[in-house]
Design a protein around this ligand. Structure first.
Ligand SMILES: NC(=O)c1ccc[n+]([C@@H]2O[C@H](COP(=O)([O-])OP(=O)(O)OC[C@H]3O[C@@H](n4cnc5c(N)ncnc54)[C@H](O)[C@@H]3O)[C@@H](O)[C@H]2O)c1
Length: 250
């Protein structure tokens, strides 16, 4: 199935996995609305250079008001939103993120972006999808939702929440022809890793069965599968993690 003629909204589209997803969906024929709290002009330009169609919209995923404005503008202009990729996210890689050591402020920042953001996004697009006969949503969870990892308490809580919310939303809206899945990436080489040491990068790469970091395009490819194919898939949180979640200790 081609995405030709469809309207897709991708959050976190400035860089990393969101940018790769926006580029991939445009390549597959969708008109892509590139949403981010930072400018997305670079992504839109790259989409245009590759012969695709895209536009920018400013969006802070933590804000219900911002979601309402952004999705109303898209619906006014294009009449519909067929696909939503909830990709925007943050992580505390350098500060303490343990149950005891985490501050309330740091907890709230991660939960608001990584869990409340996808909820607000689904809430903003689902009524329109019901009106237009259906749609597809892909949320980005994490390996941290499936396996214990060090110093990721707020992140794990948010990403496990995304997995639960994905299953719940899939159950409620399947009857409206809306299919909702999540992807649980391993460690993907994006700007989110900018501050980690070379030693941490190496250790992360080696933790995958396929002993390297993932490429953002490899997550985008799975997202495209859920959007383009996957007509009997809903409610999943699917690992795209180079085998990490299937690996034993030897
Ligand atoms: N890179 C990895 O190893 C990895 C692994 C598992 C899951 N993930 C998840 O994948 C998603 C994308 O991560 P990435 O690695 O591409 O990160 P990234 O930092 O490269 O990109 C994140 C994007 O989200 C945007 N963003 C942050 N807060 C926002 C807000 N409030 N409103 C709108 N946009 C906002 C940023 O501006 C940025 O463009 C995140 O949800 C992340 O948790 C990443």
């Amino acid at each position: 199935m081609s995405l030709s003629g469809s309207i897709a909204l991708v959050t976190g589209a400035t860089q990393g996995i969101g940018r790769a997803t926006a580029l991939r969906l445009a390549e597959d024929g969708a008109h892509v609305v590139c949403a981010d709290i930072q400018p997305t002009d670079g992504t839109v330009e790259e989409i245009g250079n590759a012969g695709g169609s895209g536009e920018s919209v400013w969006l802070d995923v933590r804000s219900a008001d911002a979601w309402s404005k952004a999705t109303s503008a898209v619906r006014e202009k294009h009449g519909r939103i067929d696909h939503l990729a909830n990709v925007a996210g943050v992580v505390n890689l350098l500060s303490e993120d343990t149950v005891v050591g985490l501050t309330e402020e740091a907890w709230q920042q991660v939960i608001d972006t990584d869990l409340k953001g996808p909820w607000l996004g689904m809430r903003a697009v689902i009524p329109g999808m019901i009106d237009t006969g259906g749609g597809r949503i892909v949320n980005i969870s994490s390996l941290a939702a499936l396996r214990g990892l060090p110093n990721l308490a707020s992140y794990t809580a948010a990403k496990a929440g995304v997995a639960g919310l994905t299953r719940q939303a899939a159950y409620e809206y399947a009857k409206h022809n809306i299919l909702i899945n999540a992807i649980a990436p391993g460690t993907i080489d994006t700007p989110i890793l900018a501050d980690i040491t070379e030693e941490m990068r190496r250790a992360n790469a080696d933790a995958h069965m396929i002993r390297r970091l993932g490429d953002p395009a490899e997550i985008a490819s799975m997202a495209a599968y859920f959007f383009r194919e996957g007509s009997f898939l809903t409610g999943l949180t699917y690992p795209v993690d180079g085998g990490w979640s299937s690996k034993g200790n030897f």
